[in-house]
Design a protein around this ligand. Structure first.
Ligand SMILES: Cc1ncc(C[n+]2csc(CCOP(=O)(O)OP(=O)(O)O)c2C)c(N)n1
Ligand code: SF4
Ligand SMILES: [Mg+2]
Length: 334
């Protein structure tokens, strides 16, 4: 019998739709005995996609490793909202590193496990875009270059959110942050700076690099499974909506992440040993305005007179991604 693809929204939860699927097609979150690695009691904002992504990543990794998992977590929102002393929302061996050195701490844990003959215990390091791509980049590059047996997961909300929404190297051009105010002739973050860490990771020729968003959690789950099937250094970079820093409605976090991919500004792909091996095609392309307009950090682009010059440059960035990663279905326009 021909199989019908059942979209995620019908199958992702414990109650809805999962019973229609074969066992092997069900999501990690669909079972009552799911690991619940990041559990109740944390203080993330309503609609925080970082909390959602972290839970999905670690629950998947816990299932794959049958609970043999240790986690090093850089300073940032995820660490602060989950571990307000003396409480912790984690149900996994978890250590808070410094802001800069989660990759090195994870490397040390993996080396200690190896020395004890316990290579069955797997290690994840995780942090925000600032901890990963700015202050932690040297430690991360060292982990990649040595091919240490660690999966590093970056939750990219495009600014230093935990300390009050300062600009990071992942902040997009024109975005307003506390340190890139919406004033002057070119308001918001400047164009032409910043970095995209997945490409830096690929330059190290490590076994596995992937990007993902919270708009497609089944895709994220599959990528975590794939990453855990490899040994050596692996990297997953997840775009996570931050309602507080982006100025978006708390109910729109999934929608915003989906629009980021549909307009081309956030490419979703996998790479193995430095080569792109798979991309998620854009099924129906959205104008960048549809993604930018609902975000208060871009409100200055849509005043009485739209900042057409800035918008054109942002459109150009989306088009460049679409070309570079071949994001449209065969035959061109989606
Ligand atoms: C060496 C050092 N510098 C600065 C800080 C202050 N600090 C803590 S978290 C943070 C921002 C974290 O940003 P990011 O890594 O993007 O994570 P997010 O909070 O956005 O999830 C900063 C600047 C620190 N803890 N240590
Ligand atoms: S500030 Fe942003 S990243 Fe931090 S807890 Fe709130 S929504 Fe999440
Ligand atoms: Mg951040």
């Amino acid at each position: 019998m021909a199989k019908t693809h059942i979209p995620f929204m019908q199958t992702g939860t414990l109650v809805v739709g999962n019973r229609l699927l074969d066992e092997e097609d069900r999501a990690v979150q669909s079972y009552q005995n799911r690991p619940s690695t990041l559990t109740r009691g944390h203080r993330a904002c309503q609609g925080c996609a970082e909390a959602l992504a972290a839970r999905w990543v670690l629950d998947t990794a816990m299932e794959v490793t049958q609970g043999k998992l240790m986690v090093a977590n850089a300073t940032g929102c995820l660490e602060v909202f989950s571990t307000l002393y003396p409480e912790s929302a984690w149900r996994v061996p978890w250590v808070h590193s410094l802001f800069a050195n989660a990759a090195s701490v994870a490397t040390g844990i993996a080396a200690a496990n190896h020395a004890r003959g316990r290579d069955d215990i797997r290690v994840i390091a995780q942090g925000g875009d600032g901890g990963t791509g700015d202050i932690g980049l040297a430690c991360l590059s060292g982990m990649f270059e040595r091919n240490d047996d660690v999966l590093y997961v970056c939750y990219d909300n495009q600014a230093y959110m935990n300390t009050g929404v300062q600009r990071s190297g992942a902040t997009p051009p024109a975005a307003r942050t506390a340190t890139t105010p919406a004033v002057g002739p070119h308001p918001g973050n400047v164009f032409g700076q910043g970095k995209f860490v997945p490409k830096i990771a690929m330059a190290h020729d490590i076994p596995y690099v992937a990007t993902a968003t919270v708009a497609d959690l089944r895709d994220l789950e599959a990528k975590v499974r794939k990453a855990m099937s490899h040994r050596g250094a692996r990297y997953i970079h997840i775009l996570v909506t931050c309602p507080l820093g982006w100025g978006t409605k708390t109910a729109d976090s999934i929608k915003m992440a989906r629009l980021a991919t549909r307009c081309g500004l956030f490419p979703v792909f996998e790479a193995e040993y430095g080569e792109v091996t798979a991309v998620t095609k854009i099924r129906s392309q959205a104008p960048v305005e549809d993604y930018l307009r609902p975000q208060r950090r871009f409100a200055h682009l849509f005043g009485a007179k739209a900042d057409e010059a800035a918008l054109e440059r942002i459109r150009g960035a989306a088009e460049r991604n679409i070309r570079r990663y071949n994001l449209l279905p065969e035959g061109g326009v989606a």
